[in-house]
Design a protein around this ligand. Structure first.
Ligand code: AP5
Length: 221
């Protein structure tokens, strides 16, 4: 199973990706996580500074960097039975690049949430940096305030979870999403080999209900 999980920043992609990877035993390839790992690494190089500055502003990282990272990641042995792409592709060039690499995507799951809900979700989000576990002060609180449930370590707020940045991220997302979905629709219209099945899921329900709705789609197929 090779699937793309698509959705606005804060729509719940990362939260749901954790459930999907566990149930279907496939790795979650989150470009946001890969980039945050590069930022927190000890390397002091130009690339790290560039990535960090772009993420703080909510801008996209250049296609050449991202495509290289993802194509290399997909060559790892854990991807042999499929994977979940979380946050990739985000541009037409990225979508083209995976197609050119001979990668066939089976499903696109779009999680839809209104922009006003997104702002509340992003401002209350806290993460455990080492594991990528995601919490929310109100909707998914940790057992002990500000601490990870499993390690007890401190939770943090992401640098790009500010109101200004989120507005920029949302506006980029809406523009890019249309371009991407048009691209995949065209593959289907012209019956080009390897067009994915597309499902749009409301992300406005509780975390558990969204998870069940996603599972019912993936299990039936
Ligand atoms: P990335 O990390 O991919 O961020 P994003 O797409 O903006 O998505 P988020 O991680 O913010 O949100 P999410 O949808 O995963 O929501 P979550 O589950 O956490 O990318 C970060 C940056 O990296 C980009 O801005 C860009 O600069 C760069 N980048 C990444 N990929 C790139 C690419 N391909 N090309 C170029 N640049 C790239 O949930 C949010 C909150 O809501 C949490 O607190 C959660 O607990 C809560 N929540 C979740 N579900 C529910 C629910 N159903 N009800 C109530 N609360 C919920």
């Amino acid at each position: 199973m090779r699937l793309i999980i698509l959705g606005a920043p804060g729509s719940g992609k990362g939260t749901q990706a954790m459930f999907i990877k566990k149930k279907f035993h496939i790795p979650q390839i989150s470009t946001g996580e890969i980039l945050r790992d590069i930022i927190k690494s000890d390397n002091k190089n130009y690339l790290k500074t560039r990535i960090s500055n772009d993420i703080k502003k909510g801008n996209l990282i250049s296609d050449d960097i991202i495509i290289d990272l993802v194509i290399n990641r997909l060559k790892c042995s854990d991807c042999i039975n499929g994977y979940l792409l979380d946050g990739f592709p985000r541009t037409l060039s990225q979508a083209h690049a995976i197609k050119e690499a001979g990668i066939v995507i089976d499903y696109i799951l779009e999680i839809y949430v209104s922009d006003s809900e997104i702002i509340e979700r992003i401002s209350g989000r806290r993460i455990h940096i080492a594991s990528g576990r995601i919490y929310h002060n109100k909707f998914n609180p940790p057992k002990i305030n500000g601490r990870d449930d499993f390690t007890g370590e401190l939770l943090i707020q992401r640098d790009d979870d500010t109101i200004e940045t989120i507005r920029n991220r949302l506006s980029i997302y809406h523009k890019q999403k249309k371009i991407l979905l048009d691209y995949y629709k065209n593959l289907k219209t012209f019956k080009i080999f390897g067009f994915p099945r597309y499902y749009k899921i409301s992300g406005s329900f509780s975390i558990d209900k969204v998870r069940n709705n996603i599972f019912s789609i993936l299990v039936k197929k």
